[in-house]
Design a protein around this ligand. Structure first.
Ligand code: HEC
Ligand code: HEC
Ligand code: HEC
Ligand code: HEC
Length: 497
């Protein structure tokens, strides 16, 4: 009643306020549209002044660089290794050395041999050739892994897919493509050469959208500024014998929806060497988790923080370095937030530190539970008895990995990341309760004996890895075969340098 009276009394003023607000909003939207159009016009001019005609899938970034030197010069900076924030950065770090419990969590899977922090895009090809995870050629000279492992590393991937067919590309052996996949992640992964519009070159992303009944080619520009990254920064798996790269989004993009997808098709990445649990490995669901955070909810895209605008004279262009936004806070966070650099950095660290408190608890408790499960098997536990423990271990570790493998998640979506980690810890403790029931039914008393896993080396030797042998084989392979890939690639002008 009071409100109505208030409205009657101030009707004219209120209507004026509404009117003026609307005018201002329309004006601001107009400015935004004008600035987008202006940028489109700038890009069109850039394109008119181009020096070389680019046709088809051109994987050589240097050629694009002739037309677009500013983007190219900043793209080259993805090779810099000069920035460390509190937890991330573009330098090399051996994660297993920092957190040896992860060796136990991945026992029986290649990640227990070698796992490093990501660095810039220009290292993508080097790093996939170097990692022990792509293996040394054992019985087969082309190694144990499929062609699918080259996905997300190079614009030579879409080029070869167009040449060989997508299915064939995935199903051949990894090593057989070594002389073809040579240029690191680049222009052709994200741009159409004729218009410089953003494009999706990854079949897996297009197919996932098709299965969700969405047409990805109809996405607005702001969505494309994230979808370009979603070609690679997502959860995925290799489907069936043909190792077909697939994004498991059919029932949704949450940690539970994706788990349901894998459970329905009874998918497992590997059987855990100690606990024998049927495990899932999460990749890096950056896009899926980012969508649930406060910035995505306000309409921001990956490029808003990771590809800020840069000005050179009168020209404004997108920085293609793709690095931690904390490196250039003045051009990232501070384009929207008025707080000081220290304050903005402290927000990020606070979110990260809080997530890491739970993450570290989960890692040590999960490792204990795998070791305890092995102890139960050693004491004669039966499959039926162990069923609940193993199911809980699978669910707990899936949640931990999903939250942690996406390195930016604790900032991108802090609440969702905490929620997932909390469920992971809960399921780990449930697994321990079930395990204790099994042990007491077997009449085993006292503490579960714990090995010394305080360093990466000790943990690796406990799970039975002969690291010296693995490294020697890999070195031998890289010395004997990789130079011939390079030679062949240079002879075929696949590489400019
Ligand atoms: C990971 C995806 C990705 C890669 C790789 C990439 N770009 Fe871009 N590029 C973008 C995004 C996102 C934008 C912003 C587009 C927009 O806002 O419309 C952009 C914008 C551009 C523009 C428009 C002008 C500007 O700077 O905003 C040019 C020109 C361009 N990129 C050239 C290149 C060149 C040359 C390469 C290779 C050296 C390259 N890009 C590699 C994602 C990429
Ligand atoms: C073609 C696949 C692909 C695309 C597209 C892609 N990335 Fe990446 N990204 C990678 C890979 C692979 C690495 C790790 C490279 C390494 O460590 O050798 C990486 C690493 C990164 C890093 C870590 C860099 C560092 O300095 O530690 C950031 C940040 C990043 N990408 C952001 C993005 C953003 C934002 C986009 C979209 C504009 C994008 N990426 C598009 C594959 C891709
Ligand atoms: C609101 C700004 C913002 C947006 C938008 C954003 N990020 Fe981030 N991202 C960050 C911050 C801050 C970090 C943590 C950097 C640090 O700790 O040094 C980060 C970290 C990352 C990392 C880890 C980098 C590393 O060094 O290992 C990747 C990869 C990444 N983001 C990818 C993405 C992708 C893909 C998207 C879109 C789906 C996205 N980001 C959207 C701010 C953002
Ligand atoms: C393009 C604009 C933009 C950029 C760039 C940006 N933000 Fe934001 N940020 C927003 C908006 C909009 C909100 C929501 C504000 C609200 O609702 O009050 C927000 C919210 C936040 C919040 C509160 C989140 C919550 O839990 O609700 C923090 C913290 C934050 N931003 C930090 C950062 C940091 C750190 C960076 C740089 C890495 C950054 N932002 C970059 C626009 C931006």
């Amino acid at each position: 009643m009071k409100l109505k009276l208030f409205f009657e009394k101030h009707k004219t003023v209120l209507l004026w306020i509404v009117f003026v607000t609307t005018v201002v909003a329309v004006f601001l939207l107009g400015l935004l549209a004008a600035s987008i159009n202006e940028r489109r016009a700038e890009i069109a001019t850039l394109y008119k002044n181009k020096k070389v005609e680019i046709k088809g899938i051109e994987p050589r970034n240097e050629i694009w660089g002739e037309n677009y030197p500013r983007e190219f010069e900043t793209w080259k900076k993805t090779s810099e290794m000069d920035f460390s924030s509190k937890h991330l950065g573009n330098t090399e770090k051996d994660v297993l050395e920092q957190r040896p419990a992860m060796v136990i969590l991945w026992a029986g899977y290649a990640f227990s041999q070698d796992y490093g922090e990501p660095r810039g895009h220009s290292y993508a090809v080097t790093d996939v050739v170097r990692t022990l995870r792509t293996g040394a050629p054992m019985n087969d000279k082309d190694g144990p892994q499929p062609g699918t492992c080259w996905s997300c590393k190079s614009p030579d991937v879409p080029r070869m897919m167009a040449e060989m067919g997508v299915e064939k590309f995935y199903s051949v052996k990894w090593g057989s493509l070594g002389s073809e996949i040579v240029n690191p992640i680049g222009c052709a992964d994200c741009h159409e050469p004729e218009t410089m519009n953003l494009q999706i070159s990854s079949p897996a992303l297009k197919e996932a959208y098709d299965r969700m009944g969405k047409d990805i080619s109809a996405s607005p520009i702001q969505d494309m500024r994230s979808l370009a990254c979603a070609q690679c920064h997502v959860e995925y798996y290799f489907k069936g014998e043909g190792k077909y790269l697939t994004f498991p989004w059919d029932s949704g993009m949450t940690v539970e929806a994706i788990e349901k997808y894998y459970d329905n098709i009874e998918f497992t990445d590997w059987t855990h060497k100690l606990s024998k649990a049927p495990m899932l490995k999460a990749q890096h669901p950056d896009f899926e988790l980012f969508r649930m955070g406060p910035h995505a909810q306000r309409g921001l895209a990956c490029a808003d923080c990771h590809m800020p605008y840069k000005t050179e004279g009168a020209i404004k262009f997108s920085d293609h370095q793709l690095v931690s936004p904390l490196k250039y806070i003045d051009r990232t966070c501070q384009t929207c937030h008025r707080e000081t650099t220290e304050k903005l950095v402290s927000y990020v660290y606070e979110y990260q530190d809080k997530a890491l408190e739970i993450r570290d608890r989960v890692e040590s408790e999960l490792a204990k539970t795998h070791i305890g499960a092995k102890f139960a098997w050693d004491n004669g536990a039966g499959e039926k008895q162990m069923e609940k423990v193993l199911k809980l271990l699978r669910a707990a570790q899936w949640r931990w990995d999903f939250a942690v493998a996406s390195h930016g998640a604790s900032f991108h979506a802090p609440v969702e990341t905490q929620r997932i980690l909390a469920h992971s810890l809960d399921k780990t403790y449930q697994a321990q309760i079930e395990l204790n029931k099994v042990l007491s039914s077997l009449g085993v008393k006292g503490e579960i004996p714990m090995p010394d896993i305080s360093t990466k080396e000790k943990a690796q030797s406990y799970i039975g890895l002969d690291m010296k042998d693995l490294r020697e084989k890999k070195d031998e392979f890289n010395k004997s075969i990789v130079p011939s890939w390079k030679e062949k690639a240079t002879a075929n002008k696949r590489l400019l340098r």
